[in-house]
Design a protein around this ligand. Structure first.
Ligand SMILES: [Zn+2]
Length: 439
């Protein structure tokens, strides 16, 4: 009998490995930060014992959800400007607000709120594009959440963060060096978009990503405006332009990819680039419908992102799963596409692979990190239960998430943050709201 730190039991265990079969009365043995074994409770309890057995009656255990595209600190701009097209929303509202408010203090406080919202909704890892990521990294280590933090890069200086364009690259390289040994924080490079970042800066960002073998995270082919602008500037559509400057690779994490030609889908697949689908942001900004079914069919790693809370307006991956599963059926006039197993795969394993963390997270398997979610199934909207995958995609709500573990540590217990003071985080958000509103 081997002693382990935790045995986590569930009436249903979804490992997201192999043929995705459901393990009834399953259990996961965890020691330190690692998953030691997963299987039926009968098998696990024969080989392992623990002082801490998390009871699994009426519960489902699955891998932590992964949000592969967001701007976490933008939670403080949630609901600041709604019902506008992307360019007007960015240029007239978001960029001026960011210009006025962005600072280390803003990012530090806002990231706490974002992490609390995501963890309570079962999101254990998020991939971010923003500024002041060292501050965000310190918060993640304190809270115990996993993050892939992308140092933002644009073609123009930004007061308080980058006096010159070179500073973006210096900041990015410093971020990479600062966090290279962290278990929770994975730094990366994040040039913003083809309309804010020229080819030279994209190539420099890509060289940095190659040098350190970290992801390069960018927005790509989000709107028709962007495609037209790209064609005007470079005579090519966005993905073809990326191919021409050597940006397409396994390290590329491209958010949106709404407007793609068939050739661009083939290029993304051939170069093994990853795509983040942000259905709710695309719907809200009326950006269009990404060809998700076609991308999945082509073998592209497609994962889910919420984008920032200012364009969603929440950070719930469960919400993205439900919306995407329904919208793509209607768009393709085919109710068999983006089924519930596929959505959970996209939200877990695909996300981990896209972030180059597939050996660490994304599924429940011996040797991987213990990033797990336990949800309570004793809810009217989850009764009766014939298919657990269906319930997670179509019916589950963030409030059903009871326990969340990241890297072997419980960070949400009975729905409450275990490593954050909820009242304090909310009080800070209210204080910032008052300041921002007054201006
Ligand atoms: Zn974005």
């Amino acid at each position: 009998m081997r002693q382990v730190d935790y045995i986590i039991r569930g009436d249903y265990l979804l490992t997201m490995e192999g043929d995705l079969s459901v393990i009834k009365d399953g259990a996961v043995a965890v020691t330190g930060s690692d998953i030691v074994a997963a299987g039926t409770f009968a098998d696990i309890s024969e080989k392992y014992s623990s002082q801490k057995i998390l009871d699994g009656k009426n519960k489902v255990v699955f891998p932590g959800l992964i949000n592969t595209h967001t701007h976490a600190a933008m939670v403080y701009f949630r609901g600041l400007a709604d019902d506008l097209p992307l360019q007007e929303w960015l240029q007239d509202h978001i960029w001026p607000a960011e210009g006025k408010w962005l600072s280390e203090a803003f990012v530090g406080d806002a990231v706490e709120l974002a992490c609390m919202e995501m963890l309570k909704a079962g999101v254990t890892t998020y991939s971010d594009m923003y500024f002041f990521q060292n501050t965000a990294g310190e918060k993640l280590e304190k809270i115990g959440m996993r993050g892939v933090l992308g140092a933002g890069i644009i073609d123009f200086p930004f007061t308080g963060y980058a006096k010159s364009v070179d500073d973006y690259f210096i900041n990015a390289e410093n971020l990479i060096n600062n966090w290279k040994d962290s278990e929770l924080v994975f730094p990366c490079v994040a040039p913003h978009a083809t309309y804010t970042c020229g080819p030279d800066n994209y190539k420099k960002a890509n060289a940095l990503s190659e040098k350190y073998n970290v992801p390069i995270h960018t927005h790509l082919a989000e709107t028709r405006f962007e495609v037209a602008e790209c064609q005007k500037r470079y005579g090519k559509t966005p993905v073809e332009y990326f191919e021409s400057i050597g940006l397409l690779s396994e390290r590329l994490s491209a958010a949106h990819c709404v407007w793609l030609t068939d050739n661009e889908i083939s290029l993304l697949a051939k170069r093994k680039a990853g795509v983040t689908h942000c259905i709710e942001s695309n719907l809200k900004l009326a950006s269009g419908f990404a060809p998700v079914a076609a991308m999945l069919k082509a073998g592209i790693k497609v994962a889910f992102g919420t984008d920032g809370a200012a364009s969603n307006n929440d950070l719930s991956i469960l919400g993205e799963m439900s919306t995407a599963a329904k919208v793509h059926k209607a768009v393709s006039m085919d109710p068999t596409v983006v089924d519930s197993k596929t959505t959970l795969l996209m939200a877990t394993k695909n996300g981990a692979d896209l972030l180059m963390l597939g050996d660490k997270i994304g599924s429940i398997k011996a040797g991987k990190k213990a990033d797990l979610v336990i949800a309570n199934l004793q809810q009217p909207h989850l009764m009766p239960l014939y298919d657990i995958y269906s319930h997670i995609t179509y019916c589950m709500r963030p409030s059903d998430i009871e326990t969340v573990m990241v890297n072997g540590k419980v960070v949400i217990e009975n729905g409450k943050p275990a490593t954050m003071d909820e009242a304090e985080v909310i009080a800070k958000a209210v204080a910032w709201q008052k300041k921002i509103k007054a201006s």
